[in-house]
Design a protein around this ligand. Structure first.
Ligand code: KIV
Length: 275
């Protein structure tokens, strides 16, 4: 007898269908189980981004993030999320060498986390790999424009497509990942009119970050929009001031402890009367 496990998760084809239905795709990054639980009701897609290197681990950029780190955080998010589609970033060094290496590592990510898709950076140069993966059952979200894993080549985090001369290459990237079989493409730090043009040109949903409101969906780093990053990128709208809230709460707690006014009976084990 075989057991049928019915998944209630949003699927890759459902995300793709947002484009034709003109329904914006709501995406956020997520790295932990408890925040995944909070996000799950409201977002269509959670990305376990390699930005976790900076956000969670205090790294300078994402180049030091390993496959093991992505798998560990991916497992945590999968435990918290029941509904949203979960995508996990392939970290630097885990997919660029060859389509075969990319497949082996992407398969490991999917098998060890249960996530539904992976994301990798690069346009035309990664098209062969995207094709190879999608043909073998690995759904791929592409990522073009500013690709942070190439920060050393770009010489910093710079907006892409500021001059019309740059546009043809970036448009070719968008076409290449679409033709290779990506189910969606992140457009990061891209001049607004170019991101709008690409969105109109390609058949898959574009997900913007610092790109254009015309994109088919948007993604932000959750900690940036919650006010936990003291230096968020300029384009980020903050929806909460959690950094300030945490600092105020910790200050109040520290004052209570120091003044021994720490009030809560609830914070003290009640001993049973002995004898
Ligand atoms: O790593 C990440 O968080 C990302 C998003 C910024 C799209 O790639």
């Amino acid at each position: 007898m075989s057991a049928v496990v019915e998944s209630k998760r949003i699927s890759v084809p459902e995300i793709m269908a947002h484009k034709a239905a003109h329904q914006p795709v709501v995406c956020l990054t997520c790295y932990h189980a408890h925040t995944a639980r909070l996000l799950d009701e409201h977002v269509d897609l959670m990305l376990v981004g390699d930005s976790l290197g900076m956000v969670i681990h205090g790294m300078e950029n994402s180049l030091g993030v390993t496959l093991e780190m992505m798998i560990l955080h991916g497992q945590a998010v999968m435990r918290g999320a029941q509904k949203a589609l979960v995508v996990i970033d392939m970290p630097f060094g885990s997919y660029e060498e060859s389509p075969q290496v990319a497949f082996r590592n992407a398969a490991r990510v999917m098998q060890e986390t249960g996530c539904q898709a992976v994301k990798l950076e690069g346009g035309t140069r990664m098209a062969e790999t995207i094709h190879y993966l999608t043909q073998r059952g690995v759904p791929v979200m592409a990522h073009i424009g500013l690709t942070p894993q190439r920060v050393q080549i770009f010489g910093g985090f710079k907006t892409q497509g500021r001059t019309a001369a740059e546009w043809p290459e970036i448009e070719a990237d968008a076409r290449a990942v679409t033709e290779a079989g990506a189910f969606s493409v992140v457009l990061e730090a891209m001049a607004e009119p170019l991101a709008a043009k690409i969105t109109a040109e390609v058949a898959i949903p574009t997900v913007g970050i610092g790109a254009s409101p015309a994109c088919d969906g948007q993604i932000l780093v959750m900690e940036d929009m919650l006010g936990l990053n003291p230096k968020p990128p300029k384009f980020v709208r903050q929806y909460a001031s959690m950094g300030a809230d945490i600092a105020a709460a910790v200050k109040a707690y520290a004052a209570d402890v120091r003044a021994r006014t720490f009030p809560g009976k609830e914070n003290v084990y009640q001993m049973k009367k002995v004898g």
